[in-house]
Design a protein around this ligand. Structure first.
Ligand code: C5P
Length: 226
């Protein structure tokens, strides 16, 4: 019996990270945050001489880069990320990385590098992976595919709550909503592996649901598929 793979995809701010982390913990599986990988390479490019839209330069820069993810080691906090030995766990969550990540994630060389690394980790199975193209592209044979979403208003509200809880600068709700919509549009419209619900994914609309309810639902779906 091969260890299972659960794919959780969806738009920005749908609560994928929290939900995926807790589902992994509950089922005793590893947690793979693929968004953190795209963010780490974005951070690297932003801190280099290479321009974001210089595809050849970006390809060259990332071909030599060493990306480490402490996968599943701390289920209660975001995954620890290192690029070329430098700890970037917090830096990859900054507004500037968030604003530039879609342009990096649309590039062929970037996706090839990261997808092959993700599949290597998935070979042994036993993980819950979250992202945009996990069910459609990275692990098309995943045992369970979830498309986690919520209305954009709900997602913006949750993001604002999160910023408040973290003691960060509060951003206006309309602005947050605009940024989320813009990133989703960019991710959905790109040529390679765009954000899309896989035909065999189960869509969970989480408006009005608590985190506990969403987790219970996913665990129940998983037990049923087993
Ligand atoms: O999930 P998170 O917000 O951290 O993802 C950051 C960005 O990384 C997304 O907006 C998208 O551009 C990219 N991404 C992707 N494919 C994935 C995961 C993330 O293109 N599997």
């Amino acid at each position: 019996d091969r260890a299972p793979i659960i794919a959780i995809d969806g738009p920005a701010g749908a609560g994928k990270s929290t939900v995926t982390r807790l589902v992994a913990k509950k089922l005793g599986l590893l947690y793979l945050d693929t968004g953190a990988m795209y963010r780490a390479l974005t951070w690297l490019v932003l801190n280099s001489e290479t321009a974001i839209d210089d595809e050849a330069g970006v390809a060259e820069l990332i071909s030599q880069c060493d990306l480490e993810l402490l996968v599943g080691s701390r289920p209660d906090v975001p995954v620890e990320v290192r690029v070329n030995g430098k700890e970037v766990t917090d830096a990859i969550r900054s507004a500037i990385v968030t604003r530039n990540v879609s342009a990096i994630a649309a590039q062929k060389a970037v996706r090839e590098k990261l997808v092959s690394q993700q599949r290597e980790w998935g070979e042994k199975g036993g993980l819950v992976a979250e992202g945009r193209d996990i069910g459609t592209n990275v692990f098309p044979h995943a045992d369970l595919k979830i498309f986690l979403t919520a209305s954009v208003t709900e997602r913006a509200k949750r993001r604002q709550k999160e910023l408040t809880a973290q003691g960060k600068e509060i951003i206006d709700l309309a602005q947050l909503q605009g940024e989320i919509e813009q990133r989703d549009a960019y991710d959905s419209d790109r040529a390679i592996a765009p954000l899309k619900k896989a035909p065999d994914a189960i869509e969970l609309i989480t408006d009005g649901l608590s985190i506990e309810e969403v987790i219970a639902k996913i665990v129940q779906l998983y037990e049923r598929e087993k």
